[in-house]
Design a protein around this ligand. Structure first.
Ligand code: ZN
Length: 390
């Protein structure tokens, strides 16, 4: 197992040495034939030294993701550690109309994440369980959403029930705990499209695009709709398919912008996460104040990122992690590491908020599983914050 996993991505250019069972004790032994050319032997020795330095037992020494097709645009994904243990697993199942997505991550600190989403016609459900390294549950999220008819849906989040009505029109009502909230979604739609640079265009929104934005909200559970109403003034269609979404506070107008190609609720919840993260009452558009500016969160991330930088050598894992660690801050156009980090903190906050709340069965970006595996402490801080907010 070890030879295929430990070497696949990092050392593919080297000749593969043969390992004996001693490798389980982290001692790699090669059974190289005596007639092996000297150069190859040197390369093997170099490889073994590298392996010893990197410590093959490290949870950071993981394979390149292996993708296998499930259905539609959904691919199963598996990542293993050097011992062949599965550390990231995403699996889709289809049984008639019933679609299931199971996500499992074993984090570098030994804790685990299990999420199961089931979409069955008019019914959706989600269970998310966090466990510590001893197998004890440290956090659990349950959500369901059921469409009763064209006009009405019921959603439940951790035992709290929300009735959503008016789904066949532009004005919806969310009822919870004897309170009624009427939300005019039509009024929250910007009549023109914006460019990828978040500039206005003269292009008018089409009926189909308007319908798409309305449905992006209507399919969310009641607590998320209420949060959306609190945090977002306008929804905007992007005049591009290149990016999936943005959150922008344009001179006090809080905008959630989406590309029409976005089908699942993950992008929507991610952008809503950016909106939640921004503390509107503090700072201006140049000096944004965010929940993610918290010193403990910054410090925790720094430790996790340094461990990752020092121990993970697999480029196929490092690349998606740049969404959060911003080592490519210069290419991203930032003047300094610190400036880039502010947005890296924000991206992790948004992604974790999206992960905790989304309940559509759809393709998953590898970066989510990587973030969960390598940033377990800081993602838990975002989760704890979410528990206060929802
Ligand atoms: Zn983002």
């Amino acid at each position: 197992m070890i030879n295929s996993v430990g070497m696949n991505s990092n050392y593919v250019q080297y000749c593969k040495p043969v390992f004996t069972s001693q490798a389980q004790n982290h001692i790699a032994v090669n059974n190289v034939q005596s007639d092996t050319p000297k150069e190859t032997t040197n390369l093997i020795m170099q490889y073994l030294e590298n392996q010893a330095r990197n410590n093959v037992s490290s949870p950071y020494n993981v394979s390149t993701p292996i993708w296998t097709h499930a259905f539609g645009n959904c691919d199963n994904m598996k990542v293993t550690d050097a011992q062949g243990n599965v550390v990231q697993n995403v699996e889709f199942k289809k049984d008639g109309d019933k679609l299931t997505e199971e996500i499992f991550v074993k984090c570098v600190n030994g804790s685990t994440v299990n999420k199961t989403i089931v979409n069955d016609g008019n019914k959706k459900s989600m269970t998310l369980i966090f466990k510590n390294k001893n197998g004890e549950i440290t956090g659990q999220e349950n959500r369901t959403y059921e469409k009763l008819d064209d006009n009405t849906a019921i959603s439940v989040h951790n035992g709290k029930t929300y009735k959503i009505s008016g789904l066949s029109g532009d004005v919806i009502t969310v009822e919870h705990d004897g309170q009624k909230k009427v939300i005019d979604l039509g009024k929250k739609i910007q009549p023109t499209l914006d460019t990828i640079e978040n500039k206005p265009t003269n292009k008018q929104i089409s009926l189909e695009q308007k319908e798409f934005l309305l449905n992006s909200v209507k399919k969310l559970s009641g607590d998320l709709i209420l949060k959306f109403d609190e945090e977002i003034d306008q929804m905007v269609i992007l005049d591009t398919d290149e990016y999936e979404g943005f959150y922008r506070n344009d001179n006090g107008i809080r905008k959630l912008k989406l590309s029409q190609k976005v089908k699942d609720d993950m992008t929507f919840c991610h952008e809503l996460g950016h909106a939640i993260n921004r503390i509107d009452s503090e700072g201006d558009s140049e000096n944004k104040v965010r929940i993610s500016d918290n010193k403990n969160y910054i410090k925790t991330r720094e430790i996790e990122m340094n461990n990752f930088r020092n121990r993970c050598k697999n480029d196929d894992i490092i690349k998606p992690m740049n969404k959060f660690i911003y080592d490519d801050f210069i290419q991203k156009g930032y003047m300094s590491y610190e400036e880039g980090q502010k947005d890296g903190q924000d991206e992790e906050f948004a992604e974790m908020t999206g992960f905790i709340n989304c309940m559509d069965v759809d393709w998953i970006n590898n970066r989510v599983a990587c973030m969960l595996q390598f940033m377990p402490e800081s993602t838990q801080m975002v989760y704890k914050k979410n528990q206060e907010l929802f």
